[in-house]
Design a protein around this ligand. Structure first.
Ligand SMILES: [Zn+2]
Length: 128
């Protein structure tokens, strides 16, 4: 079952257990429908740049209950690489139609609205 996550390895980061996301492919259409509209279209190019720069340093699931999968990721601050990384938290809903993005937030200034380049980078990571 490609939709299910398989525990590949886990990391303990400040008491939170991360399990690497495996075989959970987020579809491009779902990604674009989440990030794309005129106000947030910069998210796509900026998120890709963040991901390609290697600034997403950790991404995994912390909890899975029924169809809901909670995920946490860490992303370096582009302007302050040695500072505390941004923390991205989100929930995916996995059902027969595939993977849906339920909600996301990020610790950066823009992240409260659920859409920022860090969230975008993590979501792109999940499409690969
Ligand atoms: Zn952010």
């Amino acid at each position: 079952m490609a939709r299910n996550c398989v525990a590949c390895f886990s990391i303990d980061y400040f008491g939170v257990i991360f399990i690497k996301l495996v075989n959970m492919k987020l579809g491009l259409l779902e990604y674009f429908s989440y990030v794309s509209n005129s106000e947030y279209s910069r998210c796509v190019s900026e998120g890709e740049a963040v991901l390609n720069a290697g600034h997403v340093i950790l991404c995994g699931k912390t909890k899975q209950e029924g169809s809901l999968l909670e995920t946490v990721a860490l992303c370096l601050q582009t302007s302050a690489l040695s500072a505390e990384p941004h923390k991205i938290q989100g929930v995916f809903e996995i059902n027969n139609d595939g993977v849906k993005i339920s909600k996301f937030n990020c610790s950066c200034k823009a992240g409260n609205g659920g859409k920022c380049k860090h969230i975008s980078a993590v979501l792109i990571y999940c499409t690969r």
